[in-house]
Ligand binder design. Structure first.
Ligand code: 4AD
Ligand code: MG
Length: 464
């Protein structure tokens, strides 16, 4: 059996023992003295391990033909490395080539640096690069830390459906799921599905949010969260929008807006600490190559209390700050990314929770405040990224909810199950949604959400 390279580089294996590793060649260098140095990576940590291969091996001519991307199994003695920058290396006594690279000169992931756009066009090969390898490990670390955080706090993870009939956000950005007209598609085997009628017997869509379903479980299990894919036919071609993205949505019974603002703060600090502790190697790479402040800004974030501001006060700050914005601000408009970033980066110089937005720009389910003009909504806005979390206290009063549904032209029958929660043991409850790719983009400093999800889906692009 073989060992993960991370185990060797962490010093978990005794020096002088015989080890086997399996992985892919990153680089090869041959010395005049008849020794080859192979840098082999296997994804288990940022650094490759160096295998030192003497020309006494009977397949040494094969070794000197290895190029970037070839897969190998290396067996040898683990020794402390004299070379700079690496702690351990393997004195190889056998190298088996598992897979060659055809036409090394045209290997798309050759050792030179590639542009981020080029990597996007080779999404099936890009995990072999330093950068996407590091993103993948940090993304995994964040996901695991999120599950751990909620688990430790007594939340249950609920898997809400991907196919749904309701438009949670009411923004009309849904993708339809239908079997109608499928008989015209060139499928080789159409099975026994009757494609002349719609499979679900009614309109169905890909979910934009698991919240409404999440509320049903919070109304019995008290504390739940979802962590799954969500879909939006977003027309905005920006570095922050995907058509398919992952959302983390806690929903908490007996909690108000202040409670979930605190939950959001605690969660973010918890997962940032986890990354700083567990993925130092990758974060050092991001700090060197992608975003100078990648590490320091996380350290600051963990130490700082979040600022809180009412939407109404935020509008005043923005109107009086003397800065010229592309979009003018006045009470009643939705804040744009430039406004959010001004507040977080220049005014508060900290992550900010913006609360109590005008009801007219927010979704039907948000709890109406006493002033009749605003709802108990919050956005968490972070320096360097803007909106990362959106949430609210939910309207738990049936009469107020019904009035709101009617006002927005929504059909009460469509929400009968949602209204039931308000009929049977209704309680105040609150929740939020964290855009997972925005979180990963922020932590890594990668400027674009397309580079922190394996196979990005955006308008006009669904390859693979
Ligand atoms: O603010 P949003 O639309 O809120 C909701 O969907 C609520 N139902 C959540 C809840 O209360 N349970 O979306 C939540 C977050 C945003 O703050 C943003 O980080 C992310 O989801 N997000 C996107 N991320 C990538 N691509 C997109 N197209 C996104 N749209 C929203
Ligand atoms: Mg939002």
């Amino acid at each position: 059996s073989h060992l993960a390279i991370s185990e060797l580089l962490k010093g978990n294996v005794a020096v002088d023992s015989q080890v086997t590793i399996k992985g892919w060649i990153r680089t090869r260098r041959d010395s005049k003295a008849g020794i080859s140095f192979l840098a082999v990576h296997d994804g288990s940590c940022f650094d490759p391990i160096q295998a030192v291969v003497p020309n006494s091996l009977n397949n040494y001519d094969e070794v000197t033909s290895l190029t970037a991307g070839c897969s190998v199994s290396v067996t040898g003695v683990l020794v402390q490395s004299a070379g700079q920058g690496q702690s351990y290396e393997i004195q190889a006594n056998s190298v088996t080539v598992l897979g060659w690279v055809e036409n090394p000169d045209s290997y798309p992931m050759s050792a030179k640096r590639h542009s981020i756009e080029y990597l996007r066009e080779h999404a099936h090969l890009r995990p072999r690069t330093n950068m996407i390898g590091a993103v993948t490990r940090v993304r995994n670390c964040l996901a695991q830390a999120i599950h751990r955080f909620y688990h430790e706090q007594g939340f249950y993870w609920i898997s809400t459906p991907i196919i749904t009939a309701s438009d949670c956000e009411g923004a009309g950005e849904m993708f339809r799921v239908s079997t109608l007209d499928m008989q015209n598609l060139p499928l080789t085997d159409k099975g026994d599905v009757d494609y002349s009628e719609d499979f679900f017997g009614k309109e169905a869509f890909l979910t934009v949010s698991g919240q409404l379903n999440g509320e049903t479980y919070a109304s019995a299990m008290s504390k739940i969260y979802t962590f799954g894919p969500t879909f939006r036919a977003e027309n905005s071609n920006t570095s922050r929008h995907l058509a398919e993205f992952w959302m983390v949505e806690p929903e908490v019974a007996f909690a108000d807006l202040e409670d979930i603002a605190k939950l959001a703060e605690n969660m973010l600090k918890y997962v940032f600490k986890a990354v700083l502790e567990e993925r130092r190697d990758d974060m050092e790479f991001f700090a060197q190559r992608v975003e100078k402040t990648a590490i320091t800004r996380l350290e600051e974030f963990v130490d700082k209390d979040f600022a809180q501001v009412d939407y109404t006060d935020a509008v005043e700050i923005l109107k009086n700050c003397g800065k010229k914005f592309e979009y003018a601000v006045e009470w009643g408009v939705d804040l744009q990314s430039e406004h959010e970033r001004y507040l977080a980066e220049e005014h508060f110089k900290a992550p900010v929770v913006i609360k109590n937005y005008p009801r007219d720009i927010k979704a039907f389910y948000m709890r109406q405040n006493e002033d009749g003009k605003t709802v108990a909504a919050m956005d968490v806005v972070a320096p360097g990224i803007g909106e990362i979390i959106g949430g609210s206290q939910r309207e738990e009063r049936l009469d107020v909810l019904d009035a709101r549904l009617e006002e927005m032209g929504l059909n009460k029958e469509d929400y009968s199950w949602y209204r039931d929660l308000r009929k049977y043991g209704s309680v105040p409850h609150s929740g939020f949604g964290l855009g997972f790719e925005r979180l990963v983009a922020y932590v890594t400093g990668m400027g674009n959400v397309r580079d922190v999800i394996a196979f990005p889906r955006t308008k006009g692009s669904a390859t693979y």
